[in-house]
Design a protein around this ligand. Structure first.
Ligand SMILES: C[S@@+](CC[C@H](N)C(=O)[O-])C[C@H]1O[C@@H](n2cnc3c(N)ncnc32)[C@H](O)[C@@H]1O
Length: 197
């Protein structure tokens, strides 16, 4: 059996998802898919004149779901298109969460030597959100042991210290100067959540 995920083959799933969307929603209702993947649910909801919210954790959102939805707007004829006489149209907004601890993870992953990792550790102490049980003083006391680890183990250790619930900037921290949220980012966030200053 071939278990490889083929993001290009989606006609049948759209029929199934369309059946379910029709059964439980009406036009303009909001369909939420917090595991967007290849975007079958969003694509089907779009064609069926539902609003939709899709959430995806992986970077391939840019090349897979976003590109697919652009094609849907252009009148793509796969999936349920022929059955519902889809002609294209509509729009969607695509936003990326502002990184916080995730920035440190990316810097750690890219590092080529332990000198760089030690510099990142200095920044982490000052600016990152560490796990509640991390004792900075203890980490410092064991720094010589840390230096003796393999590069991959050092990376693993530093990533382990970061609080994974703080990978992105929380809405409540938007006006905190430390996060350097630009006016444009604030504006788009307020528009998205329909909140006033
Ligand atoms: C099988 S796909 C889902 C297919 C999709 N519902 C559709 O209609 O085409 C699963 C996706 O969920 C994403 N995912 C898993 N856990 C997630 C999380 N906690 N937050 C956001 N996306 C997540 C994975 O990266 C993957 O792309």
């Amino acid at each position: 059996m071939n278990h490889k995920l083929n993001f290009n083959s989606y006609p049948k799933p759209e029929t199934l998802i369309g059946f379910l969307i029709k059964a439980v929603t009406k036009e303009n209702d909001i369909v939420l898919d917090y595991h967007l993947g290849s975007g079958t649910t969003a694509s089907t909801a779009h064609k069926m004149n539902r609003q939709y919210i899709g959430i995806e954790q992986m970077d391939y959102i840019e090349t897979v779901a976003v590109e697919r939805l652009k094609k849907v707007i252009d009148g793509e004829q796969g999936g349920i298109s022929k059955a519902i006489n889809w002609k294209g149209g509509g729009s969607f907004t695509y936003l990326e969460l502002k990184k916080y601890n995730q920035t440190f993870i990316e810097q750690i992953e890219k590092s080529k030597d332990s000198k760089t990792l030690l510099k990142i550790w200095e920044q982490m102490k000052a600016k990152s959100f560490l796990n509640y049980n991390v004792d900075i003083q203890k980490q410092e006391e064991h720094i010589e042991e840390f230096k003796k680890l393999e590069l991959s183990q050092q990376k693993e250790h530093l990533i382990e210290l970061l609080d994974k619930n703080q990978l992105y900037v929380n809405l409540s921290s938007m006006n905190d100067k430390d996060f350097e949220v630009s006016n444009e980012e604030k504006q788009v966030t307020q528009d998205f959540y329909q909140i006033k200053e």
